[in-house]
Write a protein that binds this ligand. Structure first.
Ligand code: 6GU
Length: 228
């Protein structure tokens, strides 16, 4: 999978060299490139923003640098998906991560300020599949951290990026419930004991206990997941 990110702070993406995603890049499973939007400006000050038409607070990202960036980065042959990071987007979910993990090429457009001139989104929509995506109901200063979260969630689903297939299958959100709590040695720690059933070796009982823990936790922490 090819992943590009366009940002005025490309250094945010240096963390992708670490850990499993760094290894996935070394092995060629993922090709990641962070691009500086200012490379597509032409004025002395490398201007990327301007005041909003209609008035209001803050600045809006100018369309011209973005247009040139997409002209350079989008190759129709790879059926690219373009993700505009915005708190006004559709929710990023495990299901969307799963779907996007099968893409050949994803371009993240990381907005700052009050966002990108909307004509960029509409125009790119004529050359690629476009999604405006949010990672949750809070506001970040820019889309870089949101893009990083999405990249990690997507990339770890690519076959070969993560060693253990079962740890992918068993985890939170795959069955619509939160994960059960985990314990390891020692059996007693600061007078706190590991639940007896987990030491019993009784696999059916363990499975039953874990499912109940998942239900209890989901009811307490995420009741919205149980409403259907
Ligand atoms: Cl994708 N961008 C920004 N700036 N803030 C957010 C977000 C994205 N998702 C949640 N908050």
């Amino acid at each position: 999978m090819k992943i590009d990110a366009v940002s005025i702070f490309p250094d945010y993406f240096k963390v992708l060299e670490l850990s499993l995603l760094g290894k996935a890049q070394e092995s060629g499973l993922i090709t990641f490139t962070a691009h500086d939007l200012r490379n597509w400006t032409h004025d002395r000050h490398k201007t990327v923003d301007d005041s909003p038409y209609g008035g209001g607070a803050g600045m809006v990202m100018k369309p011209e640098p973005w247009g040139e960036a997409f002209d350079d980065l989008l190759e129709i042959e790879t059926s690219p998906v373009v993700i505009f990071t915005t708190p006004a987007g559709i929710p990023f979910t495990q299901a969307l991560a799963q779907e996007l993990s099968e893409s050949e090429h994803i371009v993240f457009a990381c907005g700052r300020y009050e966002g990108i001139d909307q004509r960029v989104v509409d125009h790119v929509g004529t050359m690629a599949r476009v999604l405006e995506v949010s990672i949750g109901d809070y506001v970040l200063n820019g889309g870089e951290v949101a893009a990083l979260a999405m990249i990690e969630a997507i990339a770890r689903l690519i076959p070969g990026v993560i060693g253990n297939k079962e740890s992918l299958a068993e985890e939170s959100h795959n069955d619509g419930l939160l994960e059960y709590p985990s314990f390891t040695k020692p059996k007693v720690w600061r007078e706190l004991e590991v639940p007896e059933v987990l030491l019993s070796g009784h696999h059916a009982e363990i499975e039953k206990w874990r499912k109940q823990q998942q239900l209890d936790r989901t009811k307490t922490n995420r009741p919205d997941l149980l409403e259907l």
